[in-house]
Design a protein around this ligand. Structure first.
Ligand SMILES: [Zn+2]
Length: 130
């Protein structure tokens, strides 16, 4: 079960020197890239729910359903649903639809790293590329 799988840094796409770096509060293995020092969780796991259910939950969430409604519909723990949404918001994949991010911020699931006291939500990624 502890096989070392080839994982890829989400930031610099390196596959080497990806070291274990503790676990998330949800118990997922976290990794750190020795090249760019990015910390990430390649495959967040939540008590065996698969990706499909999670995406369904996200999509329902975007449709405006509450966490409890979603948990009832999909027969999952509402805390898990909250974790998934939180997870997606935290990891912020490059292709994350702005709507998810905005909802996550509005609901308090996600706090932008640097938020001036302003109501503007920037949808563009910071340009700190090398
Ligand atoms: Zn990296």
């Amino acid at each position: 079960m502890e096989d070392i799988v080839p994982i890829e840094c989400p930031r610099c796409q390196e596959r080497t020197a990806q070291i274990r770096d503790g676990r998330t509060p949800a118990g997922s293995q976290r990794y750190r890239c020795k090249h760019c020092h990015t910390r990430y969780t390649p495959s967040p796991k939540d008590k065996g729910y698969d990706e499909e259910v999670r995406l369904q939950a996200l999509s329902l969430y975007l449709d405006g359903l509450s966490l409890r409604e979603i948990s009832r519909l999909l027969s999952v723990n509402h805390q898990s649903v909250a974790n998934w949404i939180n997870d997606y918001a935290t990891h912020m994949p490059p292709n994350l639809p702005p709507s998810i991010l905005e909802i996550a911020i509005l609901d308090g699931f996600y706090t932008p790293p640097t938020r001036p006291r302003r109501r503007k939500i920037s949808a563009s990624a910071p340009t700190d590329a090398v």
